[in-house]
Design a protein around this ligand. Sequence first.
Ligand SMILES: [Zn+2]
Ligand SMILES: [Zn+2]
Length: 457
Amino acid sequence: MTEKQQLLVDAVNGAKEQILAAERWLWEHPQTGYTEWQAHEYLKQRFEALGYELTLAGDIPGFITDVDTGRPGPCVVIFGELDALEQQGHPCAVDGMAHSCGHNTQGAALLGIAAALKAPGALEGLSGRIRLCAVPAEEMIQLGFREQLRQKGTIRYLGGKPEFMARGLLDGVDIAMMVHAGGGDSPEDPFDFACGKGSNGCMAKTIVYKGKAAHAGGAPHQGINAQYAATLGLSACNALRETFPDSDHIRFHPIMMGANCAVNIIPDEMKLESYVRGATQEAMSRENRKINRALAGAALAMGAQVELHDRPGYAPEIHDPALMKLTEECCIALVGADRVRFNYESWGSASSDFGDITCVMPGVQFNACGVRGAGHGVDYTVAEPERLCLNSAKAQLLLTDALLREDAATARRIIADYKPAYPSIPAYLEAIDRLFLDKEAVVYNEDGTATVDFANN
Ligand SMILES: [Zn+2]
Ligand SMILES: [Zn+2]
């Protein structure tokens, strides 16, 4: 490790108490996307106490602040996600919410980075700016609530990062990084950091089957059973699965949200939520169209109606290989090669709105180990907060230093070599705006025919 790298590591160690206190406090105050006001307030106060001036997102949680090196150069953003999951069954759940994806460790690490950057000499030899970004709503959940926020005009997008893009909070940023809590290591084969090539994107779907209520015993012939129509729709989608090309990594995982029901009434409504995940935007759109066709066909079979509501979710996440390589070198400098697992071919089937970021700038999201239990599971815990949060803060500082030192030569090279999927943030947002779909998919006409319309043109 160089003298400068050691200085940064020591600075994080110096902020250890603050980092660990934040990890616990955030764990104990979990809130879901776009309601994370407690985490927002906690971090805001501590950033301000460190002397930072914040630009607040405003009517949603989250903020940014720029650390200027005083010399011109690119801007590197470091994200810390604020949101928890809705998970009644987790033993640490508060009001039905729990940090079972470990985003509390991101807030803690971000605070540690903020503290370390104030250490004398931390910015020495660097050019450009570092944007620290506390961002809400990574988990794509509570679609009904987020749609309400959208209808009110509070948000444009369901995910926090595209929403921050739309608000201009990522304007001027050239490179992005973040660290997510990860497990995967074992006592027999311990490691501290891991990273893959990238992961699936997703789109978010709300599907509402509508039938006709009737007496379930006395006159079911007068009803149209929306629940049966929904199950038929899911059967049709399941029958499509073998037509999804393996290489596209398509995942469709609907849940029934429940009917307005009593056992003696034929249910007249059944709502479903789902994602369609996939490795490319093109594949997601293609397979989503087939899924919508199957859902509409099931409604037609039953004489029911179905509303299809598609929302852009997250773009596939693709890590910039040169940035990933530099990240690997920094992790190795920190903990040694035997504790670092970077795989330049492996693909994850989950989704993150960090994918939206990697569409417009070089980005890397890597994992720091220290959790136990299943991600999104009721047994999930941050077993080793010190190892996880301190490693996370240190690695991101070493990466920032590697990017911005020597007139930011390495950052400039990575930016120059990067080929964006979209030329700008507005171009990206314009493209995902075309994914919105709201359709009454089956309309029964006066003359006995039916009109079926299930896709954007
Ligand atoms: Zn998650
Ligand atoms: Zn997560």
